[in-house]
Design a binder for this molecule. Structure first.
Ligand code: TYD
Length: 203
């Protein structure tokens, strides 16, 4: 059985740097990300950079990208026995879009978003959550798009906490305010344990 591990966290949590370092240490693993590098992902990126984008439409764009990602990358890799590590995955929707839809006509956005994933998605075997406070995240990331505002990220963090509280055994929380070297080390240990003998974690 092959393993699916996801990395989650607020903008500025150091997630992308950690993923790059994991990738060079684990050449046998399929590394991927959401939004994906595909035309579905391009549409998502276009929407993210439009401050007037409709939040509900954006949820469906992200979810469409996820559906294609599962069928084109994740399921084929897992089926061939290759472990997969994804930089962001469904939990990003559960946190970011639940926060974005908080004042919309959708009641209970988190539960709604989870319900539209449930019929087709694949739950990660483990999720590493890089825990950073929103202010530090925004300072580190720089506000390059509308998702990177502190108030919004505070609401996103609250949604992540709700998801983690509901599934505590899936999540591995890492203090991302530590030095990046310490964060990388901690994440490598967690991933190495999860992958066990699926890959060599020596490098
Ligand atoms: P990106 O530049 O890839 O940031 P990062 O390196 O932090 O992953 O932009 C991704 C942005 O999209 C980020 O702000 C989180 C947001 N996002 C969502 O709102 N919903 C989603 O489902 C995903 C995958 C990302």
């Amino acid at each position: 059985m092959s393993t699916l591990i996801t990395l989650e966290g607020l903008d500025g949590s150091g997630k992308s740097t950690v993923c790059e370092s994991l990738q060079s240490a684990l050449p046998e693993v399929t590394f991927t990300r959401e939004p994906t590098d595909s035309w579905y992902g391009d549409l998502v990126t276009e929407s993210m950079h439009d401050d007037s984008a409709d939040s509900l439409a954006e949820l469906f764009l992200f979810t469409a990208d996820h559906a294609a990602h599962l069928n084109r990358v994740i399921r084929p890799s897992l089926a061939s026995g290759t472990a997969v590590i994804s930089d962001r995955y469904a939990d990003s929707r559960f946190a970011y879009q639940a926060a974005a839809l908080a004042d919309s006509r959708i009641d209970a956005p988190l539960e709604y978003i989870q319900s539209i994933h449930e019929p087709f998605s694949r739950r990660p075997d483990a999720t590493v959550y890089l825990d950073i406070d929103p202010e530090t995240g925004v300072t580190r990331a720089g506000a390059t798009n509308k998702f990177e505002r502190v108030q919004y990220l505070e609401r996103v963090a609250t949604q992540y906490e709700r998801v983690i509280a509901a599934e505590p055994t899936r999540f591995y929380r890492v203090d991302a305010s530590q030095s990046i070297a310490d964060v990388k080390k901690r994440v490598k240990t967690i991933v190495g344990t999860m992958l066990g003998d699926e890959v060599s974690t020596e490098s």
